[in-house]
Design a protein around this ligand. Structure first.
Ligand SMILES: C[S@@+](CC[C@H](N)C(=O)[O-])C[C@H]1O[C@@H](n2cnc3c(N)ncnc32)[C@H](O)[C@@H]1O
Length: 279
């Protein structure tokens, strides 16, 4: 890292070019590590996102930045590289039919059993929080319900937000007023809301790359992996779904995003309704 951007050199962010060879390097790195398949049309997006890092580090070219990512022995920059390239878009009660299904079909089957649920690719925490809210709404505050929720993501930045549990008013757009009043506390003067401890206590957060080893043991009664594998290549999707299958209990449920299909019909999962499958 020798050259700097700005007055000192006359190099400004708008002038840093993402060459085709740089883009290919980015694609190959992110594919190998996260399984994400960045196609040609994503060049402008990749450039805009990586500019944040280039600006912060004061590096003058993408080639130099990618050398830095690959040679940084601490691995820190690689994690930042992944953080800026992954899409963390999410919301409370997203694809709300899934939570209706859980309320109507999954929760009534619980009985007194202890079970585990997993939000795989939980982003900034709205999805596992919605799972916990759905449970507490069904069991009532007084009852200790028998479910523990594991929430994992590859992005450390997203997980930090999830653990903090602080959301803006617009983040809460899909949350009914009655639910907001019960499970969120308005932070004075900040126009932000803090998720209740009763919800946070049900959730364990952890960093996990779905492409690597999974340290946790099943069985899970429910796994949600929505809008995560959408950019993965088909064989990668197939491998991950079959690993989910192995971790599900018999009769357990897998939820994908509504725009995602199960990669292989022969895998032993039955389709119940859009993007809901049962082992
Ligand atoms: C669009 S968000 C989806 C969040 C939530 N599941 C939902 O549907 O609202 C996708 C998430 O997948 C995570 N992700 C991408 N690649 C991953 C990988 N290889 N392992 C684990 N998480 C990954 C991203 O960091 C991001 O937070």
């Amino acid at each position: 890292m020798t050259m700097k951007i700005g007055k000192e050199t006359g190099i400004y962010p708008g002038q840093v070019e993402l060459k085709a060879a740089d883009f290919d390097r980015v694609r190959s790195l992110i594919d190998r590590y996260c399984g994400i398949n960045l196609h040609e049309g994503k060049q402008a997006l990749v450039r805009a996102r990586l500019m944040k890092r280039i600006r912060k580090l004061g590096i003058s070219s993408f080639g130099e930045y990618l050398d830095y990512v690959e040679n940084d022995e601490s691995g820190e920059e690689f994690l930042s590289f992944v953080d800026v390239l992954t899409t963390n878009k999410t919301s409370f009660f997203r694809e709300s039919q899934h939570f209706d299904f859980i309320r109507q079909k999954v929760i009534p089957q619980l009985g007194g059993r202890q079970v585990k649920w997993w939000s795989a690719g939980c982003s900034t925490g709205e999805e596992p929080a919605t799972l916990a809210i759905t449970l507490l709404e069904a069991f009532g505050d007084s009852h200790t319900d028998p479910v523990r929720i594991l929430a994992t993501d590859i992005s450390g930045e997203a997980l930090t937000k999830a653990k903090a549990g602080v959301y803006t008013r617009s983040n809460l757009a899909g949350v009914p007023d009655s639910v907001r009043k019960r499970y969120f506390r308005e932070i004075d003067g900040a126009d932000e809301y803090k998720l209740a401890d009763t919800i946070q206590k049900k959730i364990t957060y952890g960093r996990l790359n779905l492409l690597k080893q999974w340290p946790m043991k099943g069985p899970f009664q429910l796994i949600m992996c929505r809008n995560v594998m959408i950019y993965f290549k088909r064989p990668t999707q197939q491998q991950i779904v079959s690993r989910f299958y192995d971790l599900l209990e018999p009769g357990g449920y897998l939820f994908l995003g509504h725009s995602e299909n199960l990669p292989d019909k022969g895998i032993g999962l039955t389709s119940l309704q859009p993007a809901v499958y049962q082992k």
